[in-house]
Write a new protein. Structure first.
Length: 549
């Protein structure tokens, strides 16, 4: 009896297994209800319903979705309730609840405002979507919103026959989203097991068995970035700063003369003067006119008054950023300047991201005026960007040039005498940043000054800044014979006077030429020099022949 019962049990188990196996092998005929309501598909992914909405015919996208899928750098200021978009179309500032926005400084009406709902910020698509390489379209009969990227080529699929089922998941047991007739345009986004992940171009997403779909991969991938127009390589930049923190006299302007090979001169005219963001303008039109008559372009220069509190108070506020940007644009247009150099120094680490945001916004605005933007950065000390005053990677995305200030290796207040910019130190700092800054945007800034160090008997150290010509005068008057420092790639002299032991690592044609060779060695975007008036006239043909020609 026990044997009979045991046999029956085995038969039941085998039959059950066979039944389950047969069920698994059969295709489900259940029809999906997944898209019975208003839905949103981004490429071939369903978007969570909390991230989009349709109100009175207007489509809204949550700021979280926008930052994740369209522009991760969109800025939202919680205190002022202002969203800022900055891209190659310029800037847009939109305040929550208002039926208007500031577009490139001009007020523009909105049909619908930015709203706050369920602790999320929602933006009407008409306010921003046309500034990005995306296409949003609503398929009315499907109650379906679709988003694709216009700068991407997607793999295309062709059905091998009629009656193919599009399923919710990569399984034959998954519900059927739609029965395809063979004439649908299919986009292919990936694969999972025996299935392709697809979307009908103007329809639903789902999965199709691989053996039922012929895929044209084009370049061999499911998606590729479309080819962009290539541009001719830029001519190396040759810029020098002119230290002009006072109004230029008529005599100084009359003394302006040609400078061989110089492309741009950048007078230090504009400063953010206070925590309100008021702009200081030290400019003089005659200065611009004179240099332009010599074939030398004049770029604007904007600093932060080298004040960390002014930087923090102004750049963290979108309203103050807008105010500063509008003042700068008016000044640049007044003087007919086609470039702006930003020099924010002595800033707090906490201002790093605000500096990036300001730079992004002003660069976007200035692009509309055909004005180039450059920004000055110090050598990198920490690999951790959160410990650095500049986010050099992100800055380089928004500007035409990033200027590495490769000097002040030994500051004027240093307790140890040394070179302003020895060759090995300069090259090391180039290597630290070469993978962060595109080479055609990477400008090496070199010094045309040196420091005369005094080491006193009590062990204290002090220094004074000297021009190239002043150092040569000292060498000549004292009958000194420079010795070449192989590490620094500089000539060096020392001598004793009543103050103590004097040490000078000399900036001359030899030291400058060594540094200039690094521009060609690393194929950088050009050279800048600090500052006009410190150099000897022989520097200009040297730069022209080494870098520009």
């Amino acid at each position: 009896m026990k044997k009979i019962l045991l046999g029956l049990l085995v038969l039941i188990i085998l039959a059950s297994g066979a039944f389950i196996y047969l069920l698994k092998g059969r295709s489900s005929k259940v029809i999906s209800t997944k898209y019975n309501e208003f839905s949103f598909i981004c490429e071939a992914d369903d978007v969570d319903k909390s991230l989009f909405d349709r109100i009175d015919g207007q489509y809204y996208l949550a700021l979280d979705f926008i930052k994740d899928k369209i522009d991760k750098d969109v800025d939202y200021n919680e205190n002022e309730k202002i969203i800022t978009f900055a891209n190659d179309k310029g800037t847009k500032r939109i305040k929550v609840g208002e039926m208007k926005m500031l577009q490139n400084g001009n007020e523009v009406a909105l049909r619908d405002p930015v709203i706050e709902k369920d602790n999320k910020i929602f933006v009407p698509i008409e306010a921003f979507i046309y500034d990005y390489p995306v296409e949003l379209r609503y398929i009315d009969d499907l109650k379906l919103l679709i988003m694709d990227y216009t700068n991407i080529n997607y793999a295309k699929g062709t059905l091998k026959g009629q009656g193919t089922n599009l399923r919710e998941e990569a399984s034959l047991q998954s519900p059927i989203v739609k029965n395809l007739q063979g004439n649908e345009e299919i986009l292919v986004f990936g694969e999972e097991g025996d299935f392709y992940k697809v979307r009908i171009k103007d329809g639903y997403k789902g999965y199709i068995k691989k053996d039922l779909l012929e895929v044209d991969f084009g370049s061999g991938k499911f998606s590729t970035i479309k080819d962009t127009v290539t541009t001719e390589a830029k001519r190396p930049l040759n810029l020098t700063w002119d230290y002009t923190y006072s109004t230029q006299s008529d005599a100084s302007i009359a003394a302006i003369s040609p400078i061989e090979g110089l492309e741009v001169i950048c007078p230090t005219w504009f400063s953010i003067g206070n925590e309100n963001g008021d702009l200081i303008d030290r400019g003089k039109m005659e200065y611009v006119t004179k240099y332009k008559s010599l074939g030398i372009d004049v770029w604007g220069y904007l600093d932060n008054s080298f004040d960390p509190n002014i930087t923090e108070a102004t750049l963290k506020s979108p309203t103050k950023r807008e105010y500063i940007i509008n003042q700068v644009i008016r000044a640049l247009n007044y003087y007919g300047m086609k470039g702006l150099n930003i020099d924010f120094e002595h800033t707090k680490i906490d201002s790093r991201d605000d500096i990036t945001q300001f730079t992004k916004e002003i660069a976007a605005r200035l692009k509309q005026h055909g004005i180039k933007v450059s920004i000055d950065v110090t050598p990198q000390i920490s690999k951790d960007v959160t410990k650095e005053p500049y986010d050099r990677v992100n800055l380089s995305k928004h500007v035409d040039y990033v200027m590495l200030m490769a000097y002040d290796q030994h500051w004027g207040s240093s307790t140890k005498a040394g070179s302003v910019a020895e060759y090995k130190w300069v090259e090391g700092n180039i290597n630290n940043l070469i993978r962060q800054i595109p080479r055609d945007k990477f400008i090496l800034c070199i010094p045309t000054y040196t420091r005369i160090w005094t080491e006193k008997p009590d062990g204290s150290v002090s220094s004074t800044t000297a021009s190239m010509a002043a150092v040569q005068d000292i060498i000549a008057k004292r009958g000194l014979t420079p010795k070449f420092d192989e590490v620094a790639k500089q000539n060096y002299v020392q001598y004793q006077d009543n103050d103590g032991l004097k040490k000078i690592w000399i900036e001359d044609n030899s030291s400058i030429e060594h540094k200039l060779t690094l521009i060609n060695k690393y194929n950088l975007g050009g050279v800048a020099s600090w500052r006009k008036g410190f150099e000897t006239s022989s520097v200009w043909p040297l730069i022209k022949n080494t870098v520009i020609n």
